[in-house]
Design a protein around this ligand. Structure first.
Ligand SMILES: NC(=O)c1ccc[n+]([C@@H]2O[C@H](COP(=O)([O-])OP(=O)(O)OC[C@H]3O[C@@H](n4cnc5c(N)ncnc54)[C@H](O)[C@@H]3O)[C@@H](O)[C@H]2O)c1
Length: 462
């Protein structure tokens, strides 16, 4: 099956206790047939959607979402307008503090020591605070809990200093939680930079360390410039190729500014990345065109199919610049490779192509030892922090106040600004919006542990 995940098919079929049941079952059967969405399958699904609309099927149902995302059935989906009395899709506003506490408690249930669970939850909640929904609570179950459960990520492990000088260190994370290893390594890097001016710490045998922007923010809080990057499971095809070879490999930079927010450029070296595609899946959205290419060289937009085919390496993400040199794909390929080198060669870690996450012989989950790198630069070794911050702020304000594109939305932002806006909006309005699929995840996770059932008998959205 390549067009939708098995759980999505099961959910479509299972929720069919009403008059729409036969249509749900028919949709699930089309999806379950698998393979690329052929013209015949598209036509069949479109016919089914017409019947769905005629039968008064709601437009916010998984059947419609899959039709849109996988088979591109726009017209029929539009015809299936929600009934006037249909409840809106129930996003729930949940307070940061509550979510952070819940995530910490979940980690503890998976065997993470209390203080380490606090750190891991802090990294995740920072994403939710900053509007980076792909890397917060949304990752708790699919990445961390699932990998802890599968034994390919350890709830706790030694933070071994393999090699060290006053300005450098090599750390072995022994497959512990990247969300705990990352902050420890960056702390160490900042402390060294405060001693000697510039420091670099690299990590091997780590696991997913979350939102890369967390680490430069730690540096900024101590008057430093922060740089970091990590490799990840192979997703990006280099320019001219279709095979997923490089991770989404973020190269992330942060520094202070006298603006109300620091400058933080925090993004992948692919145009898009898996976390955001997972979000499209949760929201039933297609993936925008031009960001994913498959083995046949076809540009794909079917979100569920893409997620599955990324796992089986049948399709790949495009690097920054897309799939052509005309649009600069050689530059994106180069930046992703640079990050890969810094994440593997200094620490002697496997490269991304080796990290499929799946044991090719058994099909079972396989460990993915990741490498990270952290650089901290103590600003005071060069100039006063306040002088540096006002120079940076001055530049950023110049950029933002420069002439606007008359065909644009009338505004120029600088990196870190959208996240500051998200943080302001979310703080003022009482937390982050948790979509229905994540609410379900929270409920399901709780149900697995009596201690969570006792502590959280009812969530605010129940
Ligand atoms: N740990 C991993 O393996 C891994 C891998 C890839 C990405 N990530 C994380 O995923 C998150 C999202 O990455 P992404 O590639 O989707 O990022 P993105 O495409 O959302 O870009 C985010 C960056 O662009 C800036 N930005 C956004 N809109 C802007 C605008 N209009 N003008 C100027 N700047 C703007 C933001 O301030 C931010 O620095 C990041 O936190 C990243 O660290 C992690």
């Amino acid at each position: 099956m390549t067009t939708a995940t098995a759980p999505a098919v099961a959910a479509m079929a299972a929720s069919g206790e009403d008059a729409l049941a036969p249509l749900r079952a028919a949709a699930a059967a089309i999806v379950a047939r698998g393979g690329a969405p052929t013209a015949a399958a598209k036509e069949e699904y479109a016919g089914l959607m017409t019947r769905w609309a005629a039968a008064g099927g709601p437009a916010d149902d998984a059947v419609v979402a899959v039709g849109k995302a996988v088979y591109g059935v726009e017209g029929a989906a539009a015809a299936a307008a929600p009934k006037a009395d249909a409840p809106p899709v129930a996003y729930a506003r949940v307070e940061f503090e509550f979510l952070e506490g819940y995530m910490k408690d979940v980690f503890v249930q998976y065997g993470v020591p209390d203080d380490e669970a606090v750190t891991a939850a802090k990294v995740l909640i920072e994403s939710d605070k900053r509007g980076i929904d792909s890397h917060g609570i949304g990752r708790l179950n699919p990445i961390y809990c699932q990998r802890l459960k599968a034994g390919i990520m350890k709830p706790t492990a030694p933070f071994e200093v393999v090699k060290e000088t006053p300005s450098t260190a090599v750390i072995d994370g022994h497959m512990g939680l990247g969300l705990v290893i990352g902050p420890r390594a960056m702390d160490m890097c900042i402390a060294k930079a405060k001693e000697v001016g510039v420091a670099m710490v690299v990590v091997r045998n780590s696991t997913h360390y979350g939102m890369a922007g967390y680490y430069p923010l730690m540096a900024v809080a101590k008057g430093c410039i922060g740089f970091t990057g990590t490799n990840a499971r192979p997703s990006i095809a280099p320019l001219g190729g279709v095979q997923p070879m490089l991770g989404t490999n973020p190269i992330t930079f942060g520094c202070g500014s006298d603006d109300p927010f620091p400058y933080v450029l925090d993004c992948a070296t692919s145009i898009n990345q898996r976390g955001k595609i997972e979000r499209y899946a949760r929201e039933g959205m297609p993936t925008p065109a031009g960001q994913v290419i498959d083995k046949q060289g076809i540009v794909r937009t079917d979100t569920d199919g893409i997620l599955k085919d990324l796992t089986t390496r049948q399709c790949a993400l495009a690097p920054l610049g897309g799939v052509s040199m005309d649009t600069g794909a050689h530059k994106g390929t180069g930046y992703a490779t640079l990050c890969e080198i810094l994440s593997t060669a200094l620490q002697g870690n496997p490269t991304s192509p080796e990290l499929t996450g799946v044991d090719q012989a058994t099909g079972k989950p396989a460990p993915m030892p990741l490498g990270h790198w952290f650089i901290a630069i103590d600003v005071e070794r060069f100039t006063e922090v306040s002088t540096f911050n006002s120079r940076v702020g001055g530049l950023l304000r110049e950029l933002r106040s420069s002439e606007k594109n008359p065909k644009g939305d009338g505004e120029i932002m600088t990196a870190g600004e959208p996240e500051h806006r998200a943080w302001t909006e979310r703080s003022q309005n009482g937390g982050t919006l948790v979509p229905p699929a994540l609410q379900k995840d929270m409920v399901n996770l709780r149900a697995q542990f009596p201690a969570l059932m006792e502590k959280y008998p009812k969530f605010s959205f129940e």
